[in-house]
Write a protein of this length. Structure first.
Length: 364
């Protein structure tokens, strides 16, 4: 296991590489070329410049999150093969620079959905939160403007202004796309890119839907154990793998997170580990907020998740996910320094505890 932090690049992130380097146990970053658009080829020069900047700070690139998949590929438009060819070229360029992990998603229109980006908790920290009544009352055409107002002046991943300017057009694109059609497009895409992934040992790690159900009538397919196992069987190649995001799969309390980790043994290439606190589980007023990573601050048993990852031989990067905004920090919501640094230390401590327990049991 390697502990990492997500970093959006020096032009876009309020957190610096110098600060990340000072977090105990963090040795790499999960990063991206944040100013590229879906479907665009990542050039060798841009990749090398990003890699050099990270390495000069004493870190390395542990993976990419994300090389975004354009909508033409997702809906299966007539021009998808050209966009897939561009994606393959990007993967080739990454592989030649010794980068071997790519996280991506296959969500229509919105990559993730929250109704609040700064809900105030009793301790005064602020967090991302979701309320079903609020979602039901929102016109999706106005969702982007609402998110922008809450973004602290940052560009939110998946909510880029140039993309959200076409939100009505995007909804129309997906109007006739049901779950089976979206799944077929995903399998088509993965089968097309597997040869280059095998050539350069690039592990593709699909991020689940967030939240784990349909929002605004948009189809969702990667949100359950059955759904992700179906995808693993459809493209049965080790390079077709999973980003196990506890805060996304965990939005649906029917998902048994430690059990899912064990069911996906050998196919989890990347882990986002975070906690959620559920306040109301009724269908009409479903409400949760993103808590501190500590088990007792939320609903999930973080120890059991780390234990399951360890016992299934997980050896990829882990990153603490969305943190609270604490100690008067102003940053991209969910991606400040302080609470994610605390999360990294906590997760490293859990891993050490599990590892030493197994070592001592083995020596007896």
């Amino acid at each position: 296991m390697e502990m990492t932090m997500r970093w959006y690049g020096s032009k876009f992130d309020t957190v610096t590489l110098k600060q990340i380097r000072q977090i105990p146990g963090v040795t790499g970053v999960i990063t991206t070329l944040y100013d590229t658009t879906p479907g665009e080829v990542w050039t060798p020069e841009a990749i090398r410049a990003l890699k050099a900047e990270v390495e000069q700070a004493g870190l390395h690139i542990s993976g990419i999150e994300s090389v975004n998949v354009c909508d033409s590929i997702k809906v299966g438009d007539s021009d998808r093969d050209q966009y897939i060819a561009n994606y393959i070229k990007t993967l080739e360029n990454l592989g030649k620079e010794d980068i071997h992990l790519v996280c991506y998603n296959f969500m229509p229109v919105f990559d993730w959905t929250r109704t609040e980006l700064a809900r105030v908790r009793p301790d005064g920290s602020t967090v991302l939160a979701y309320n079903q009544k609020a979602i039901d009352a929102i016109d999706p055409a106005n969702m982007a403007a609402s998110m922008e107002k809450m973004s602290n002046g940052t560009v939110l991943p998946g909510w880029e202004p140039e993309r959200m300017a076409k939100v009505q057009e995007l909804f129309e694109m997906y109007q006739s796309i049901d779950g089976e059609k979206l799944f077929e497009s995903l399998v088509y895409f993965l089968k097309a890119i597997m040869p280059v992934c095998n050539q350069y040992d690039i592990k593709m790690a699909i991020h689940p839907d967030d939240p784990a159900w349909s929002v605004f009538g948009l189809t969702r397919i990667i949100n359950s154990e059955a759904g992700i196992l179906r995808l693993m069987a459809a493209v049965d190649d080790v390079h077709n793998g999973v980003t196990f995001c506890s805060g996304s799969y965990g939005t649906n309390l029917d998902n048994d997170l430690p059990h899912m980790i064990r069911a996906l043994k050998g196919r989890i290439h990347f882990a986002h580990v975070r906690n959620l606190k559920f306040n109301d589980c009724s269908r009409e007023n479903y409400d949760f907020e993103e808590s501190a990573h500590l088990s007792s601050d939320g609903t999930f048993d973080m120890y059991e998740m780390i234990k399951a990852l360890y016992e299934t031989g997980f050896d990829g990067p882990i990153r603490p996910d969305h943190g609270r905004m604490i100690w008067d920090e102003t940053a991209m919501p969910g991606y400040g320094l302080y609470d994610r640094a605390l999360g990294a230390a906590y997760l490293n401590g859990l891993w050490e505890a599990v590892e030493k327990s197994h070592q001592r049991e083995g020596s007896q």
